[in-house]
Design a protein around this ligand. Structure first.
Ligand SMILES: Cc1cc2nc3c(=O)[nH]c(=O)nc-3n(C[C@H](O)[C@H](O)[C@H](O)COP(=O)(O)OP(=O)(O)OC[C@H]3O[C@@H](n4cnc5c(N)ncnc54)[C@H](O)[C@@H]3O)c2cc1C
Length: 586
């Protein structure tokens, strides 16, 4: 059943024994709530701080994704001043609603590179994280729907790599744009630098390809719609929304090791704090900000940090809150000569109303689109000068150092007023950051946001700024292909004046934002040792030094994949569900 508050759930919860309590109903929490309740004798409680409003129109309509950032569905975090970005603090979005960040994200559907999964396997010593094994989960979770509106689909993805029987809707852009063919022509003209890749989700991401989305039948696919809602009719699943977990609690100990099967939660500051216990496990899936914050509030983390706040240390776990990673992002804009771009949806209310009606009536039209139809993923050349000073942080040749997105309109994630006219936007992003940041407690008040420092563009060797710069230059080369002559007039705005490497780097430090793929803050490592840098989680995602407690979400990634992180999180949680079932099968 779904309860709208801890108060509404109280009499039921107090009479129920749960096998598992899952904290957070985002990408990972949704998977677990569904998979663990497949066995009707297992009782699960899912606690979510946000609301149940995942059917909100703004969430469902893909084209409206940008309005969700900064809305009531966003935690609205802010980073500390970023030294690598001229001391700017930037907004840091995270979903706060059933579905978590899958309900507010941009729905881009990437599995990640083969080498990224193989690296997880080698750093944890668990071959179960390798590509071959994870590929079974990447297929298990997927429902690739090839819409009849998609032309030449076989040139845009390889059907043999995909599944049509999983819960997560996936598909290709349904509307062809004039720039699609131009970009294909440009790819042909520059095919040695930008080879055509038929399917970015084959495990080898490199090259120019079509963009898959977690969009099905024209609407957003998220973990609420695909995993939680189908399980809500099961009598063994209870979901409470508006329930913020404030800490996990030691319930006993076994051989001197704390058993952590207690959870405290509340509907708001100064409201009654409820307690619940799991008979088997507590699973934190509160995301890469929420999960480490809860652990630190519970005394599980760096001892000095916990005690400095007057929290008694339960487990001294130096890596909790460390190893934070994200992908820096840069937008640059181009004036185009055509008057047929998606800018018109913003400037022409009549057109927008028409497209909205199309979407409402039959789930077709421009409102089914995401940020781009095509993109390219690239690597620095192996003789790039940076490799004399810095060893390659990528996991291998299938993993891109950077991403180039080609969008058919003016985009500026930082806000500000939109210029009138028609544009193309190049979004050039770094995918193999060397920089690491961290999360620390601001206070013991669970409603105080933690101190979030992703450390963007801060690495000493300068790999990250170098690669951001080279990504922008690669994007410019692509857009200078002859095919674009009839479309692009010129680069527009301040970036047009950034010509030398130094000017480009200055522009990046002054303007870069982030793709919102925060990861790694409770990373997994080799089994056992809790020494700094060896990971906070065992390879099976149990929290080191505890019994009965796991973390299953993007916090667990030891390295952020060189990809958008929703599908890797789903896949991690799918495998985690099997690990949890196996651990309690006797
Ligand atoms: C604006 C934006 C755009 C993005 N675009 C893309 C994209 O296009 N493609 C892609 O692949 N990825 C994208 N991502 C990233 C992707 O959505 C995340 O990597 C993924 O959802 C992480 O899953 P998770 O389970 O770790 O956390 P989340 O999905 O964030 O879920 C965590 C859940 O826990 C809840 N929670 C947190 N703290 C508590 C607490 N104390 N008590 C109870 N509940 C709590 C939260 O409310 C949330 O529901 C984007 C993210 C954002 C924010």
């Amino acid at each position: 059943a779904l309860y709208t508050s801890p108060e509404a759930a109280f009499s039921h919860v107090s009479r129920t024994t749960y096998d598992y309590v899952i904290v957070g109903a985002g990408a990972a929490g949704g998977v677990l709530a569904n998979r663990l309740t497949e066995n009707s004798s297992i009782k699960v409680l899912l606690l979510e701080a946000g609301s149940s409003d995942y059917n909100n129109t703004n969430i469902e309509i893909p084209w409206l994704a940008p309005v969700l950032t900064g809305s009531t569905f966003d935690w609205n975090y802010t980073t500390t001043p970023q030294v690598g970005m001229n001391d700017r603090s930037i907004g840091y979005a995270r979903g706060k609603v059933l579905g978590g960040s899958t309900s507010i994200n941009y729905m881009i559907y990437t599995r990640g590179a083969k080498d990224d999964y193989d690296r997880w396997a080698s750093v944890t010593g668990d071959s179960g994280w390798n590509w071959n094994n994870m590929f079974t989960y990447l297929k298990k979770l997927e429902n690739f729907t090839n819409s009849p509106n998609v032309q030449n689909a076989s040139l845009k993805f390889s059907s043999n790599l995909h599944s049509t029987s999983g819960p997560v809707g996936a598909g290709l852009p349904q509307v062809s744009l004039p720039i699609d063919q131009i970009a294909l022509n440009a790819q042909q003209e520059l095919s040695s630098e930008f080879p055509f890749n038929q399917d970015v989700n084959s495990g080898d991401m490199i090259g120019f390809s079509w963009t898959p989305f977690a969009i099905q039948n024209g609407a957003r696919s998220n973990s609420a719609r695909d995993y939680i809602q189908p399980a809500l009719s099961r009598s063994n699943l209870d979901v409470i929304v508006g329930a913020q977990v404030t800490k996990v609690v030691k319930t006993s100990s076994q051989g001197g090791v704390p058993v952590v099967r207690g959870v405290q939660y509340t509907s708001g500051p100064n409201k009654y704090v409820y307690s619940v216990q799991a008979s088997k496990e507590v699973i934190l899936s509160a995301g890469a900000i929420g999960s480490p914050q809860i652990l630190l509030l519970s005394g599980i983390g760096p001892k000095a940090q916990c005690t400095s706040h007057g929290i008694s240390s339960l487990v001294d776990l130096p890596d909790v809150g460390q190893n934070m990673q994200d992908h820096p992002l840069l937008t640059t804009n181009y004036k185009v000569s055509s008057d047929d771009t998606l800018d018109n949806l913003g400037s022409d209310p009549e057109l927008a109303a028409q497209q909205l009606a199309l979407w409402q009536n039959s789930r077709v039209g421009d409102f089914t689109l995401g940020a781009c139809n095509q993109w390219a993923w690239g690597r620095l050349p192996s003789n790039d000068s940076i490799f004399k000073a810095v060893s390659d942080p990528s996991s291998g040749s299938t993993a891109p150092h950077y991403q180039l997105i080609f969008s058919d309109l003016y985009i500026a994630f930082g806000g500000g007023s939109l210029p009138t006219g028609n544009f193309l936007t190049l979004i050039s992003n770094l995918y193999t950051p060397v920089s690491r940041g961290n999360l620390t407690l601001k206070s013991t008040n669970p409603f105080d946001y933690p101190i979030i420092n992703p450390g963007l563009l801060s690495d000493e060797g300068g790999f990250d700024i170098h690669t951001m710069r080279e990504a922008l230059k690669a994007g410019r080369r692509f857009l200078q292909a002859p095919a674009w002559d009839s479309w692009i007039v010129s680069e527009y705005g301040d970036s047009a004046n950034a010509k030398t490497d130094e000017q480009i780097e200055d522009f990046i430090r002054a303007n870069a934002l982030v793709v919102n793929h925060v990861s790694g803050t409770v990373g997994m490592g080799k089994k056992g040792t809790t020494a700094q840098g060896s990971g906070a989680l065992n390879p099976d995602l149990t929290v080191k030094g505890t019994i009965g407690l796991r973390v299953v979400d993007a916090s667990a990634f030891p390295f952020v994949p060189a990809a958008h992180t929703m599908i890797p999180t789903y896949a991690l949680a799918e495998r985690a569900a099997d690990l949890i079932k196996a651990a309690h099968s006797h």
